[in-house]
Design a protein around this ligand. Sequence first.
Ligand code: URA
Length: 188
Amino acid sequence: MDTWESLKRDCAGCRGCSLAETRHNLVFGVGNAQAEVMLIGEGPGEQEDLQGIPFVGPAGKLLDDMLEMIDLDRQKVYIANIVKCRPPRNRDPLNVEQEACRPWLDRQIALVNPKIIVCLGRIAAMALIREDFRITREHGQWFDRDGRRLMATYHPSALLRDVDKRPEAFMDLRALRKEIKAVCSRTY
Ligand code: URA
């Protein structure tokens, strides 16, 4: 049986792709190990790479505000990324990097066993919902995967770049709150 201790130990020294060569820190994940809601981003940025914690840069501040809007916080959810090491200059993670990193994420998902997964942005949605996922058309919609409810919303970095998308993201958060009330027992 898998445990957090063995997963963290196995993952800590990972050299499964070339991102290991440029990282300062591997960014494993943060939050409640028994959360019913898991948020999955794309990959660490500069601040995350320096601190070893997901979503601590400008996008992370906005994510915290978004969570607060629906009475969530970092203690109530679990936050991870598709890749655990920073892609140089914040480029999209390559497929080969995503594939190398995927077993760590799959083990995290299995251990947390969330009822709901929220994909933050296109990269996470393409990896976890459907390869040809279109974030502008399909954000806020619910999908069933492996007995869990999955939804994607705009990545907080996209909302920093384009404030016009924020009302749509707010609607997605309201849909998340409604789904939490319907399927979760512990989060509230
Ligand atoms: N963007 C992400 O997708 N993940 C982080 O941890 C930080 C920024």
